[in-house]
Design a protein around this ligand. Structure first.
Ligand code: SF4
Ligand code: SF4
Length: 310
């Protein structure tokens, strides 16, 4: 049985949730990205299509202190957060969490994940870069909203979700919609294609700017830096997001760089998404959101490249 919420009552519904939770939702500002919702910015709620910036910063911030040494003691930071609701997640966004869950084990990530209630929203307007229905995505959420004419029809996926919509009416009809993408990734069997010359065309255009990885909701590479206080007694270990597309990422002690060429780094991105992660976790590391294609300054489209493979 689905619940029903008139679209014109959505803001009221979200404001009610804000009493007990920190609510995070897509907001249109200079760009479209998830932000903490307030009575001031709710007028800029952006639900038309996928956000430009992915939601991952709310689970693994761009930079955070993991460990602190102060007064002769270590203190680990455990990412304590209020109970949060993340609203307006597309199917690709929801599935990006399932991928991060496979590789992010630290307490900071786990705490944030445990404290997040996830509310999905059906994509009515996938653009020319979206190919999510090629990527074997799962239906995992606490609530999922299907817009239809003047109403949202709401699927319940968990007890926590059920609690949030218990005051809403039951719908008499069932509205479930299948995602429609015009773009497809036709061939994922590329394991034997590592040495194919076809990758060189894209790699020649690549600037190694790392935008594809920054905007990718499933990319999770990080680096550590250690900072010592001026008193020589205090210190911090800080985790920073980084990118496998930067040459410095694979530099190790002694100065050796394991992926020195752009070609090697570019192929690593594609093969990690489609081959290596799948071999290890039985899941693709790509959710087909198309953000890497949308932001690439030289318009590299590795999905088209794969589709051209014989
Ligand atoms: S966004 Fe494009 S140019 Fe930049 S690293 Fe990625 S593939 Fe290369
Ligand atoms: S690789 Fe590209 S399409 Fe796939 S999840 Fe990352 S940004 Fe989205």
């Amino acid at each position: 049985m689905q619940k029903i919420l008139p679209k014109k009552r959505l803001n009221e519904f979200l404001i009610n949730l804000m009493r007990d939770y920190e609510v995070i939702a897509p907001i249109k500002d200079k760009n479209t990205k998830f932000q903490v919702l307030s009575k001031d910015n709710i007028k800029n709620l952006y639900l038309k299509d996928i956000t430009e910036v992915p939601v991952k910063d709310y689970l693994m911030p761009e930079s955070e202190t993991i460990l602190e040494f102060k007064d002769n003691k270590y203190a680990s930071r455990e990412g304590k957060t209020r109970k949060r609701i993340i609203f307006g997640l597309r199917k690709c966004d929801l599935n990006s969490f399932l991928i991060l869950d496979k590789v992010m084990y630290d307490k900071n990530y786990r705490n944030r994940r445990k404290n997040a209630i996830l509310i999905g929203l059906y994509c009515e307007y996938p653009d020319k870069y979206c190919f999510c229905n090629s990527m074997e995505l799962e239906d995992k959420y606490d609530l999922f909203f299907y817009p239809d004419k003047g109403d949202y029809y709401i699927n319940i996926g968990s007890k926590l979700g059920e609690e949030l919509v218990k005051s809403l009416g039951n719908s008499r009809k069932q509205v479930i919609k299948k995602l429609k993408n015009s773009k497809q990734l036709n061939n994922k069997d590329i394991q034997a294609e590592y040495k194919n010359k076809i990758w060189e065309e894209d790699a020649k255009k690549c600037l190694s700017c790392g935008a594809c990885t920054v905007y990718c909701p499933t990319c999770n590479c990080f680096d550590f830096v250690e900072k010592q206080g001026i008193n020589l007694n205090d210190a911090k270990k800080i985790r920073n997001q980084t990118s496998c597309q930067l040459q410095s990422f694979s530099r190790v002690a002694g100065g050796k760089i394991f992926r020195e060429s752009r070609l090697a780094r570019f192929k690593h991105f594609v093969f990690h998404k489609i081959v290596y992660f799948k071999n290890k976790y039985s899941k693709y590391m790509c959710v087909g959101c198309g953000r890497c294609l949308r932001v690439c300054p030289t318009h590299i489209d590795w999905v088209n490249t794969i589709n051209r493979l014989k």
